[in-house]
Ligand binder design. Structure first.
Ligand SMILES: *[C@@H]1O[C@H](CO)[C@@H](O)[C@H](O)[C@H]1NC(C)=O
Ligand SMILES: *[C@@H]1O[C@H](CO)[C@@H](O)[C@H](O)[C@H]1NC(C)=O
Ligand SMILES: *[C@@H]1O[C@H](CO)[C@@H](O)[C@H](O)[C@H]1NC(C)=O
Ligand SMILES: *[C@@H]1O[C@H](CO)[C@@H](O)[C@H](O)[C@H]1NC(C)=O
Ligand SMILES: *[C@@H]1O[C@H](CO)[C@@H](O)[C@H](O)[C@H]1NC(C)=O
Ligand SMILES: *[C@@H]1O[C@H](CO)[C@@H](O)[C@H](O)[C@H]1NC(C)=O
Length: 419
């Protein structure tokens, strides 16, 4: 069961780009259900506060449920069911264009949620009282798409990024050596899909890539800053927890007063790792979205260390889809924001875009508050980029024969074949 709430937070954060506020027809404390998914329910209370987030998976934030979710594909299906139930109740929203945005681990779950939406849009016989969701695009910020590609870039980010080195020579040398070992561990995990190998990757990465960096007093989420715990780096995170646990806030949102809000749940975290499906081969999900003309924006604040832009950029270049070559040949173009600032650079081809954002760490909207509109600007760019460019639209129309997804495209098949 997912409860609509209204905060965003550290590790697990997903924005469904819906206006969940002002739904006039909502009733108080209503339980929404769907014939096709009898095991799922949404408890609804109309908040006066404007809410645009869903907390996922269960047991994160205000979310809870009967079954523990321990893998990305199951979590994606839960969100899909949530959307079906939601749109069934608020069908006027179902007419709108639908975009999914998220950051960090969203590199794993946004593509899978989008994949499910797209899949059922073409296979709706499977669902009674199905509602078509007008999925237009996904946006992923500083995402974790493929550690095998991305983890290679910790040494470059710490030791020779455009912000200059933040570790000394000997630490950098060690980092480069250890990183080679880390990549071997990732390969081992990819081959075995084994929980122990997965754990080894995470522990080794923590010990050898994060710890030396944190020992130097640097912010994992922003190479420009010195501070090395999430609370000292982002003290406002504490306020999210305090606010979300306030009795009046819970009452307002219809949350059981005995419920305690946490931004993360380590049991859930470890369950994902133990399932061995911490990382799934996301390229196939993303390429299938692009094949169906669903646009994909990958963006990255270029001061993040943990999910750094060098690794994200490298992934966009090796990402396997029909446009790999065209994307690599496309020019890098300055990103000029509405205020006229040269705020980043992007590369785009056939609906797939990579945008580097200058002077922002992992939390792009937090770091670029001058334009509180950063995300809106990114969206605008993302939307206009494709719609205003005739040649791109032309190409997209050629592909318009929306290839139906067939059984061999189902996630499980991918899952077994690739990892
Ligand atoms: C950092 O240095 C390495 C080794 O000299 C080089 O291969 C890499 O391209 C450099 N990276 C950046 C971002 O300048
Ligand atoms: C480099 O940094 C590490 C960790 O901060 C420190 O232990 C070491 O003494 C430094 N080495 C040099 C040569 O400054
Ligand atoms: C945090 O940084 C300080 C230096 O600013 C260092 O002494 C300390 O060991 C670091 N703490 C952790 C947990 O890495
Ligand atoms: C609130 O949660 C408590 C503890 O889980 C439970 O006993 C109680 O029935 C819940 N109250 C409501 C109104 O759901
Ligand atoms: C964490 O998640 C588990 C389910 O995996 C749940 O049983 C537990 O109550 C959650 N812990 C907290 C503190 O919410
Ligand atoms: C544009 O850049 C100038 C100069 O760096 C800066 O002062 C201003 O705040 C920026 N405006 C926005 C909207 O980012």
């Amino acid at each position: 069961m997912i409860i609509l709430t209204h905060s965003k937070f550290e590790t697990i954060f997903l924005v469904l780009n819906l206006l969940l506020c002002h739904f006039a027809s909502a009733q108080w404390d209503k339980i929404l259900t769907h014939d096709a998914f009898p095991e799922h329910k949404i408890k609804l209370k109309e908040p006066h506060l404007c809410d645009k987030t869903v907390q996922q998976p269960s047991y994160i934030g205000y979310s809870y449920g009967g079954d523990d979710v321990s893998d990305t594909l199951t979590a994606a299906l839960d969100v899909y069911v949530f959307l079906q139930i939601f749109f069934r109740e608020f069908h006027h929203y179902a007419k709108l264009d639908f975009h999914l945005a998220g950051e960090s681990f969203a590199g794993q779950w946004l593509p899978t949620i989008a994949f499910d939406i797209n899949k059922y849009n073409y296979n709706h016989d499977a669902i009674r009282n199905f509602i078509h969701i007008n999925l237009e695009s996904i946006l992923i910020g500083n995402g974790l798409m493929d550690p095998l590609v991305q983890f290679k870039y910790y040494p470059d980010m710490a030791c020779n990024s455009s912000y200059g080195p933040v570790l000394n020579h000997s630490t950098c040398n060690q980092l480069r050596k250890d990183c080679k070992q880390l990549i071997k561990l990732v390969k081992k995990y990819y081959n075995s899909k084994n929980a122990i190998d997965c754990m080894n990757v995470i522990n080794f990465c923590q010990d050898k890539m994060y710890q030396p960096y944190e020992m130097a007093g640097k912010n994992l989420r922003d190479i420009r800053k010195s501070c090395n715990s999430s609370v000292s780096c982002y003290p406002e995170l504490l306020n999210i927890v305090k606010y979300s646990n306030r009795q009046d806030v819970k009452t307002e949102l219809g949350i059981n007063s005995s419920f305690v809000f946490y931004t993360k749940n380590l049991t859930v975290h470890y369950n994902f790792i133990y399932s061995g499906s911490w990382i799934i081969p996301i390229d196939i999900y993303i390429s299938s979205l692009l094949k169906n003309n669903i646009r994909v924006l990958i963006y990255a604040g270029d001061a993040d260390y943990g999910s750094n832009w060098l690794g994200v950029d490298a992934w966009t270049k090796v990402f396997r889809w029909s446009g790999t070559k065209g994307f690599n040949e496309a020019n890098i173009t300055p990103w000029i924001t509405a205020s006229g600032n040269y705020s980043g650079e992007f590369r785009t081809f056939k609906g797939f875009t990579f945008l580097r954002i200058f002077e922002a760490g992992h939390y792009v909207p937090h770091d670029q508050p001058v334009s509180t509109k950063t995300i809106a600007e990114i969206m605008r760019k993302h939307l206009l980029e494709v719609e205003n460019k005739e040649e791109i639209v032309g190409i997209m129309n050629d592909d318009k024969k929306m290839s139906k997804i067939n059984n061999k495209d189902l996630p499980i098949a991918y899952h077994d074949e690739i990892l």
